[in-house]
Design a protein around this ligand. Structure first.
Ligand code: FEO
Length: 174
């Protein structure tokens, strides 16, 4: 059984994961309209992954005697100045998410809720991977600069950056 305090904190994370899914969905739609089809595919997939992060939390809260609350969502940004500012926003959002996960871990330790602490370790690992991926993408975009051909190749290959990073760093493959 989780305490009310832990349930409330986990539900705040449900909201953040739902917002992440919504933000990446808006980014994907913008990229698709702008003709960045590879980037759109990458972002649609990430939006789906954030929804799975949210679902895992809801199911955990419910299993542990709480109530996973489905949140109202704010309208995300619909336009971006370009691919690089878009991915810079992905990185700063993921850094924010990591900070929130760390706060949750800290609350669990203070409350001596070791079950939830253990559950959250999956999210700790996931954040390391997501931040590394966003940084890798931004590094590539910095190399490309304003080169149009480079942007074309980036968009064609962006979905392969994740698998390359995973095999290189030994990250999980799911
Ligand atoms: Fe589920 Fe990208 O944080």
């Amino acid at each position: 059984m989780i305490s009310e305090k832990i349930a409330k904190s986990l539900n705040r994370q449900v909201q953040l994961e739902a917002e992440s899914s919504q933000i990446y969905l808006a980014m994907a739609s913008w990229a698709e309209v702008e003709g960045y089809n590879g980037t759109a595919a990458f972002l649609y997939k990430h939006s789906d992954e954030e929804r799975i992060h949210m679902l895992k939390l809801i199911k955990f809260i419910n299993e542990r005697g709480g109530h996973g609350v489905i949140p109202a969502l704010a309208q995300p940004s619909l336009k971006y100045k370009g691919i690089k500012p878009l991915f810079e926003e992905v990185l700063s959002h993921e850094i924010h998410v990591s900070g929130e996960i760390n706060k949750l871990v800290d609350i669990c330790l203070k409350e001596k809720d070791y079950t939830t602490h253990n559950f959250l370790q999956w999210y700790v690992g996931e954040q390391i991977e997501e931040e590394a991926l966003a940084r890798r993408i931004i590094d590539k975009l910095k190399l490309i600069g304003d080169d149009k051909g480079g942007h074309y190749l980036f968009d064609r290959d962006v979905t392969t950056i994740e698998s390359a990073l995973k095999s290189e760093k030994g990250f999980r493959s799911e």
